[in-house]
Design a protein around this ligand. Sequence first.
Ligand code: GLU
Length: 435
Amino acid sequence: MSTPAGPSEVRVRFAPSPTGYLHVGGARTALFDWLFARQHNGTFILRIEDTDVERSSEEMTRGILDAMTWLGLHWDEGPYFQSKRLDLYRELAERLVSGGHAYLDEGAIRFRVPEGRVTYQDAVFGEISVESDTIENFVLLRSDKHPTYHLSVVVDDIDMRISHVIRGADHISNTPKQILLYRALGASLPVFAHLPLILGPDKTRLSKRHGATSVSAYQEQGILPEAMRNFLALLGWAPGNDQEMFDDEALIQAFSLQGISKANAVFNPEKLAWFNAQYIARLPHDKVVEYLRPEYAKVGLWRDSFEKEDREWFRSLIDLYRPRAKVLQDFPRQSRIFLTDHVEFDPTAVEKFLKDETVRGHLRRLADRLAALPEFNHHSIEEAVRGLANELGVKPGVLMNPARVALTGQSVAPGLFDVMVLFGRENTVQRLRLS
Ligand code: GLU
C-alpha cells in the first residue's frame, strides 16, 4: 500500500454508491469535501463505491458524475471504481487473517473484534466512545469474495492517503468498526468529521415525500448551480455571522469544520427558491445567457443573433425579467411576446381594458404621437403618454393599462415604457393601431 499522507497534505474523498441518484444529502457531503480540499489546496478525490454489483449501475454512476459537474464540484483524482480494486481488498483480508485479526467462517472472512474501548475525536460531534463488546465480529469478505463496505472503505481510505473523512452522520455508527480496521492494518487514523442529518421542513428525515431530492431534478426545474451550492453550504454549516450570500471564493475562505453544526439541518425549499432569485438577479449577463441558451432553445426561441448583433437588445430583454424571475424557465415563458409575432390575448384582460371604443381611439392617438417622436426611448415615451393623458383629462393608467394589453396580450407585464422600447417603435405603433 502507498505511504501515508504527509501531515499537511489534505486529501479528501467523496465516495457515493451508485445505487441511486445524487441526492441533496450526497451533494452536500460532496460540496463540503470539495470546499475543504480547495481551502487547504488539497486534493478532492471521487471514488465510486460500486461493490454491490446487483444494486449499482453505470447509468447511476453517469448521473452522479453529471450532477457533480453541473454543480461545479470538479474532482482532482478519480473517479476510482471499487469494482476494479477487488484484488486489493482480498489481499488485505488475507493479510488480516495471517496477522490473527480475522478468521475464516464458512467461506467468509470475519474480523475478530479485540477487547477494550474504541474512542475517537470527531471534528464535529466531539468524543465518541464505544465499548468493543457492543461490536460483533463483522464480515470483511463475503464467501463470494466480495468485500463488505467496511473493508473496502478502510482499505481505500488508507491506500488513497485520505487525511479527512468528511461524510454524513449516518456513518457515525460505522466509524468504531472502521477504526479497529485501521489499527489492525497498522495505519494512522484520518480526521473524521460527520455532517449533521438533513431533515425536511416537517423535521422528519428528508425523503421523496418532501418533493424533489435529486440534484438533477433541481437542475431541470431551472435552479442555478450557484444557488444550489450556496444553499447546500448552509445546510449544517454557518459562517458565524449573518452573511448568507457566498460566491465560491467567499465560501472557500469562510468554510471550516468548526463551523459545522451537530444539530440536524432543515431543508427549506423556499430558501433555495430565494437563493435562486438572488443569483438570477445578480450573475453577470454572459453567465445568465449561458444558462438561458438551452432553455430558449428547448422552446424554439433561441437565435444566435442574441450573442451577436442583437446582443444589447437581448441583454435589455433579460434585464427586464431578471428582477422577478424565480427559475430559468421564467425567461422564455415571459419574454416569448418579444420573440414571436403572434400575440396571445388573455380574454379577461381584453374584456377589461380593450373593449371600450373610446379607449381604442385613445390608443390610436397614442400610436400617432409615438410615431412622430423625434426619439424613441424610455423618457420620450413616458412624456408622450403623460402628455396625451393630460390633454385627454384622464389618468395615465387609462392609457397605460390598455396599451399593455394591446402590446403583450396580458394585463401584467414589466414596465410599459421598457416593453415599448424593446418592441421598437414600428412594432409598438403597429400593435397599438391594431387594437
Ligand atoms: N459509499 C458510502 C455511501 O454512499 C459512503 C462511504 C463513506 O463515505 O465512508 O453512503
